[in-house]
Design a protein around this ligand. Structure first.
Ligand code: PLP
Length: 392
């Protein structure tokens, strides 16, 4: 069967390829440790499950408004006010089946053929593919350790053309774990406003910030808020990846467009999941503090173990649940031509699965997810260290 050009042009996800390899080895009885996960390893809190169950028994089993139930929109609106002092009314909020789905719809609603979307690299894999699916042109801006993998106003300015429409910003960042400071976002906002760009701000890892604060670029000014689409959801913050609830907050005309799109494509996100998200935002904030502390402790633990692996360097991340160390020097000393080859052998011989940086646009690094127990992390890092030192 002849597939559309659109689908033929898609780049398959390397993250999924690694997961498939790890699953295959596991099925053969190999004791693989997976550090590729992009999700919290806990189950959703009981309180959320209980409330969702009650809602289903009370009849939350039917269609809802396409852009989400009013109760969830209110909960999101309150959350945005509480956490960012940003006011969004229901007509400025769109809920869909996960942040990924929201982003897909946002690009469909904003991008036409020829429009350029600036994406700082390394980047989360779906951005480029979703822009292409909207007939847009992803423009990657290379960043590295010298700017802590962050986009600078100068780099942004250099890459703006007459066709630039959107800047994609992801903070806290997947895969680097970097978090943009208020000052950094203010400087970027100035360039954005000077050039009439729109910012799509993916803040899905918002609650996972450690020695610093998360700041939304929409908070810079009213003018900036008007040009920002904030993307968030409950997947990472409340261990709810499988429930599929994400949302966008932004300009009314955009939300109307997104609602129209949803009404002709997916309709509403699953009704029980929407009630689960209402319960998540109604939970005692103590849950988030504990969640955050667990991940901070895991980050420190994983980072200390990583430091013992020779010839590697890593900027200590202050957000999300990833380390993004540079393994180039180490793998060259081991005799590898590419970090990708090292990653393949690491899975097959040391039985530790990580994701090569090439999956995110940077060949010299690897992404290690520390969304796993400290015991598992100790075992994985010991295997990795032994694998490296035995071959140096
Ligand atoms: N944005 C980033 C940066 C992510 O890492 C992910 C998930 O891995 C998503 C969005 C998607 O989130 P959701 O599971 O809510 O679709």
């Amino acid at each position: 069967m002849e597939l559309s050009q659109r689908v033929q042009n898609l780049t398959p996800s390397q993250t999924l390829a690694i997961t498939a390899k790890a699953t295959e080895l596991k099925a053969q009885g190999v004791d693989i440790i997976g550090l590729g996960a992009g999700e919290p390893d806990f189950n959703t809190p009981d309180e959320i499950i209980g409330k969702a169950f009650e809602a289903v028994k009370d009849g939350a089993t039917k269609y809802t408004p396409a852009a989400g139930i009013p109760e969830l929109k209110s909960a999101i609106s309150e959350k945005m006010m509480r956490d960012h002092q940003l006011e969004y009314e229901p007509a400025e909020i769109f809920v869909a089946s996960g942040a990924k789905h929201v982003l897909y719809n946002v690009f469909q609603a904003l991008v036409d053929e020829g429009d350029e979307v600036i994406i700082p690299s390394p980047y989360w894999v779906s951005y480029t593919e979703q822009v292409k699916l909207a007939d847009g042109t992803p423009v990657l801006i290379h960043t590295d350790e010298s700017t802590s993998f962050k986009l600078t106003p100068e780099l942004l300015k250099e890459n703006i053309t007459d066709n630039t429409k959107i800047l994609m910003l992801n903070s806290p960042n997947n895969p680097t774990g970097m978090v943009y400071s208020k000052a950094e976002l203010e400087a970027i906002a100035e360039v954005v406003l000077d050039n009439d760009l729109i910012v799509v701000a993916d803040e899905i890892y918002e609650v996972l910030v450690y020695d610093t604060e998360h700041y939304s670029i929409a908070s810079v000014s009213e003018e900036m808020k008007a040009r920002t689409v904030v993307i968030n959801g409950v997947s990472k913050s409340h261990a709810m990846t499988g429930w599929r609830i994400g949302y966008a907050c932004g300009d009314k005309a955009l939300i109307k467009g997104l609602t129209g799109l949803a009404s002709q494509s997916t309709s509403n996100p699953a009704s029980p999941s929407q009630w689960a998200a209402v319960a998540a935002y109604g939970m005692d904030e103590g849950f988030l503090t504990e969640f955050n502390e667990t991940f901070k402790d895991r980050r420190d633990h994983a980072y200390a173990l990583l430091e013992e692996i020779p010839h590697t360097t890593c900027i200590k991340p202050d957000g999300a649940f990833y380390l993004f160390p540079n393994f180039k020097a180490c793998t060259v000393k081991m005799g590898y031509e590419t970090v990708d080859d090292f990653v393949k052998d690491l899975i097959e011989e040391a039985h530790v699965a990580v994701v090569p940086g090439s999956a995110f646009g940077l060949d010299d690094n690897i992404r290690i997810s520390y969304s796993t127990s400290k015991e598992m992390m100790t075992e994985a890092m010991t295997r990795m260290k032994n694998f490296v030192t035995e071959r140096l």
